[in-house]
Every structure is written in C-alpha cells, then in structure tokens.
Design a protein around this ligand. Structure first.
Ligand code: ZN
Length: 220
C-alpha cells in the first residue's frame, strides 16, 4: 500500500472542477490526502503511552488498521458536499420535500468517538429540486469529518439553502453520542436532538409546525 491515500477517483463522480473551484472550509484543497504513516506512528505512541507493548502480536497490525479506519471516517474532509447539489431538476413543485431517517455515523471532534443517528431533511423548493439520494450524500460527506452535531446540522441546512435557493430548509438530527454513553456521565440511550431552520421554516410558525409534524407525525 502506498504511503498516502489520494482522493478515491470513484468518489469524485468526474466533478473535479466543482471540487477545485470551491472554497468551503475543509474542502479538498486543504486536505489533499491523509498521511497514513503519521497516524500509524501516533497510534503506536498512544499504545505505548497507556502502557501497552505496540510490538506484541495482537497489536502489531493495529496502527495500520487504525490509520485506514481514520482515512475512511474522515474521508469527508477531502470531499466537497456541494458537488452533490450541483445537479438539480427544475420543477414547478412548491410543496415540502422531506427525506426522513437518513442514517449516518460521525466522529465527535472532542473525543474522537463515534456518534450515530438519523438526519431528517425538509425543504420548500423554489424551482430547484435535488435528487433525493443527493441529500443522503450530503449527510454522508458532512458526517465523515471530525464533527459536533450542532455544526453538522447547521452545515447541512446552509448547503441546501445556498445551493438550492430553497424558500425554506429544515434539518433535524437525532444522535447517540458514545462519548456520553461509554464514558463521563454514562447515560446509555440518551438522544441529542438538534435542528436548523432557514427561510420560511424559521419565520413562519405554521410552516414550521407542518414540517415538524411531517418529521415526527405518524410514527411516534
Ligand atoms: Zn464527545
């Protein structure tokens, strides 16, 4: 295996131009590649620091394994989520579009532990409608970075507002944080809910309760 992990060609969808011309923080320009050997060295250091023997049989492959794991968990640092919203349909559809229960895994940037859950994304289009799977792709890219749930929620909402020029955007994220369940306060089963409301979902109470009803209605 080579020392560095370049951006996977498949992940670009041939949209390199979009990627290169974007200036979002954490975009491909800033993180051209992941330095696997450096992660390996660091993991060996951690193992030694906790009093383990990094050379013992069971641990010998661990640094390399963790390096590849981090490359995967943080692959979103080398991708621009905007690319998934560049293609849209022009539709005279002015009702709410909602994609519920988009599951994701992310990594809490305070503890480097996983948090996982579901995102619900609703928007009121103004002529531009994104492919439904593209919303899931946006969640995927944004979650595969060192994150905090609040920022992730806000980022998804901003991306939709900016790229689709939607009349309103509502993003609700529900997640379980392992940094809360396996350490510290140890509250298994606790769910953190964050939301970001833009445009009409922010300013118009009835529009907002409509989307919340759609997200939480029927099923609970
Ligand atoms: Zn945490």
């Amino acid at each position: 295996m080579s020392d560095t992990l370049p951006v996977e060609p498949g992940s670009l969808d041939g949209e390199q131009d979009d990627l290169a011309s974007s200036h979002v923080p954490g975009s491909a320009k800033k993180h051209p590649e992941i330095d696997l050997p450096r992660i390996e060295r660091a993991v060996r250091e951690i193992l030694a620091a906790v009093g383990e023997d990094p050379e013992r049989e069971g641990l010998i492959e661990t640094p390399a394994r963790v390096a590849r794991l981090y490359a995967e968990l943080f692959s979103g640092l080398r991708e621009d989520p905007r690319k998934h919203l560049k293609k849209f349909f022009t539709e005279k559809y002015d009702e709410v579009v909602l994609v519920r229960d988009i599951s994701f895994n992310s990594t809490c940037e305070h503890h480097l532990l996983p948090f996982m859950g579901r995102a619900h994304i609703g928007y009121l289009p103004d002529g531009k409608v994104a492919g439904l799977s593209k919303l899931a792709r946006v969640v995927e890219v944004v979650s595969r970075r060192p994150q905090v749930q609040e920022r992730m929620t806000e980022q998804i909402a901003n991306l939709l507002e900016q790229e689709l020029k939607a009349k309103g955007v509502a993003v609700v994220v529900e997640a379980t944080h392992t940094c809360m369940t396996i350490r510290g306060v140890r509250k298994p089963g606790s769910l953190c809910v964050t939301s970001a409301m833009k445009g009409l979902f922010r300013s118009n109470l009835s529009t907002r309760s409509e989307i919340m009803q759609l997200i939480y209605g029927e099923r609970r």
